[in-house]
Design a protein around this ligand. Structure first.
Ligand code: ZN
Length: 148
């Protein structure tokens, strides 16, 4: 009997964590900023013992996180701003549609260029999409666990 109760408490706690993450993801979407998801990604990797470096301003595209060994550059992208091919990413405002389309197109092109430049100097590039944070973080962890 006590065992069952303990298990239920653990389950509740897990549900709570999930809700909190989901909430911050929604907040990030509402504000149209990458900052909140970026923080979640950063905290999660930090908790797993992966220490990133902040001084990466000189790298193309200013990656949100970088790791030196192996060389991994992480971009945390909002789906709307970076033109992701998901539901959220393809929702373009009805007013000033042309303006938004052009703006996003330029961002996508710039992202592509930065990725190529980074890869040509030996960086692995990981992108975490706002809509697919879990899988994005898993991909980074996989890369980090590989030998350089
Ligand atoms: Zn997306």
């Amino acid at each position: 009997m006590p065992d069952i109760r303990r298990r239920r408490e653990t389950d509740n706690r897990m549900t709570d964590v999930f809700t909190k993450e989901k909430r911050s993801r929604i907040m990030a979407a509402v504000k149209g900023k990458d900052t909140s998801i970026e923080l979640v990604v950063r905290k999660r990797l930090h908790r797993m013992g992966f220490r990133h470096r902040l001084d990466n301003g000189h790298l193309p595209g200013n990656p949100d996180l970088t790791f030196r060994s192996p060389k991994i550059a992480v971009f945390v992208n909002g789906c709307f701003w970076h033109g992701h091919s998901c539901k959220r990413g393809s929702r373009i405002p009805k007013t000033n549609k042309d303006y938004w389309l052009k703006k996003i197109e330029r961002t996508v092109e710039r992202d592509r260029r930065n990725r190529r430049t980074l890869e040509s100097s030996g960086w692995r590039v990981c992108v975490v999409w706002e809509c697919d944070m879990e899988r994005g973080i898993d991909a980074i962890i996989n890369q980090l666990q590989k030998k350089p």
